[in-house]
Ligand binder design. Structure first.
Ligand SMILES: C[S@@+](CC[C@H](N)C(=O)[O-])C[C@H]1O[C@@H](n2cnc3c(N)ncnc32)[C@H](O)[C@@H]1O
Length: 220
């Protein structure tokens, strides 16, 4: 599979949509904390970490609080770059949020020890280029973790995911509609993801499925 959506340009989430997304995902703070705890096991103090497409920055903030690492977040959305910077200052942590494209990372080769990318990979118009860019900017022995929705999630898995997050009824209904339409259309199956990774500079990775999503662990 080559990059699958060449006709489409990437678009960061801007303005009111970004603000709505930030309010909704603030409900998921426990999940961000749990993910940060698991990631922290792979990050030593002083490590250089990149979050690709951090959105409001919730995960980045939790990772830095736990590890004290030097983290850079890179997102295509001006709204999110501004918002994430504000959120980090409010949380009392130092993080550089920059504007940029996952498929054209503005960093020299071998810059990072760890890369994370959550709930964004399915949106990338040039996913193969994005993987190869992650490979380029990782140090030898460095790891990348991509977390996203699996296309074949069940209605039950979606119910559990949304009802466990403390959203109100209307917000839960809108969230489910978005998952079942836009997000499902763009999401990867295990097979389509494995095929893509095989073509990348990583050549292969470890794909772990859970009821609603996948984790793709990659090592350079
Ligand atoms: C659904 S949000 C996920 C945000 C955050 N990672 C989270 O877990 O909540 C998707 C993010 O991907 C960003 N994005 C989309 N295409 C991008 C690209 N090509 N390069 C960098 N960021 C991109 C959007 O601006 C948005 O912040």
């Amino acid at each position: 599979m080559a990059d699958r959506r060449p006709a489409r340009n990437d678009a960061g989430m801007e303005g009111l949509i970004a603000s709505w997304y930030a309010r909704q995902t603030a409900h998921d703070i426990d999940e961000f904390k749990r993910t940060a705890h698991r990631i922290a096991a792979y990050i030593s103090a002083g490590a250089r970490v990149l979050e690709v497409a951090p959105g409001p920055g919730y995960l980045a903030i939790e990772i830095v609080k736990l590890t004290g690492c030097r983290l850079v977040g890179l997102d295509l959305s001006r709204t999110f770059v501004r918002m994430a910077g504000k959120n980090a200052r409010r949380a009392g942590v130092r993080i550089d949020f920059e504007l940029g494209d996952a498929a054209d990372l503005p960093f020299p080769a071998e810059s990072f020890d760890f890369i994370v990318c959550r709930a964004a990979f399915k949106n990338f118009a040039r996913p193969l280029k994005a993987l190869d860019e992650m490979h380029r900017v990782l140090k030898a022995g460095g790891m990348a973790l991509i977390i996203d929705l699996r296309q074949d999630f069940s209605p039950q898995a979606l119910n559990d995911h949304v009802s466990g997050s403390g959203r109100g009824a209307i917000s839960a209904a809108i969230t489910k509609l978005i998952f079942n339409t836009m997000l499902k259309r763009r999401a990867y199956t295990r097979d389509s993801l494995a095929e893509l990774v095989a073509q990348s500079q990583f050549k292969g990775g470890d794909i772990r499925l859970d009821p609603i999503g996948f984790e793709l662990w990659l090592r350079k």
